[in-house]
Design a protein around this ligand. Structure first.
Ligand code: GLN
Length: 246
């Protein structure tokens, strides 16, 4: 049996939140990377999806949540409020989560759109977002204290400001990130990584994928023994992304 592919070390249940409405610019790739890297580390991934109206699954070990247009955010907002306590309970219990762009905004206090509509968030993250007339589009390079250089692609008009309850994921070297003022990109809180970066994020940033996996495994099984992931394509993807002019 090939080491690291048997899933013999245990099962990890990865839940993708609202993939029908919140899943753009390749965000689904994040779930696929977690699936593959879990196998390489010797764990059996179970990929689950949650859409509005579904039963919320038991025993969720790791959550991935993608971006979406303002219209997608409007579709899921009521259901998200219904699930706020469950998601907050998981977050406060240190379940790892990756929340991107549109759901990053709604994990915060609110997103006020350009036209003045306030879409309430679930306030797990101490951030707020205001829609603007400026669209922030392009490749992004971020220096982070935890994950080294993070690469991705942004496309948003909402601008997010961090409160004292979160730390930024990092500082933007190229691109804009959270807003056009303070040079911050993303947010960190407990085991949540929040970011504006699509592309998708995890294929180019395996350090973040392994952070999520390590925390999911330690939370469930007490300790994590890494396997031997194949980073060949991650290296190529990073080289390609780093060459993009903007
Ligand atoms: N609708 C939000 C914005 O434009 C989120 C966009 C996204 O998820 N890419 O700010």
């Amino acid at each position: 049996m090939t080491p690291g592919t048997s899933g013999s070390k245990g099962t990890i249940r990865v839940l993708q939140l609202y993939p029908r409405d919140m899943n753009i610019y390749g965000d689904w790739g994040n779930a696929l990377v977690l699936q593959q890297r879990l196998k390489w580390h010797g764990y059996a991934p179970e990929l689950l999806e949650y859409n509005p109206g579904d039963d919320f699954p038991d025993e969720v070990d790791l959550i991935v949540a993608g971006g979406g247009q303002d219209s997608g955010q409007l579709v899921i907002q009521d259901d998200l409020q219904m699930r706020a306590d469950t998601l907050r309970g998981l977050a406060e219990d240190d379940a790892p989560m990756l929340v991107i762009c549109g759901l990053y905004q709604l994990f915060g206090h609110f997103f006020k759109t350009r036209s003045g509509t306030v879409i309430p968030g679930i306030g797990i993250l101490d951030v707020e977002t205001h829609g603007t007339d400026e669209r922030l589009i392009g490749n992004v390079k971020v220096t982070t204290p935890e994950f080294g250089e993070v690469l991705g692609y942004e496309n948003h008009s909402g601008q997010t400001t961090l409160g004292p309850g979160v730390k930024p994921l990092g500082t933007v070297e190229k691109g804009t990130g959270n807003n056009s003022k303070d040079g911050h990109e993303g947010a960190r809180y407990r085991n949540i990584v929040a970011s504006y970066l699509h592309g998708s994020l995890l294929p180019k940033n395996p350090a973040i994928a392994d952070f999520l996996i390590r925390n999911a495994v330690e939370r469930k099984y007490g300790s994590f023994t890494p396997g031997e992931p194949d980073d060949h394509f991650a290296v190529l993807a990073r080289e390609h992304a780093a060459r993009r002019p903007r």
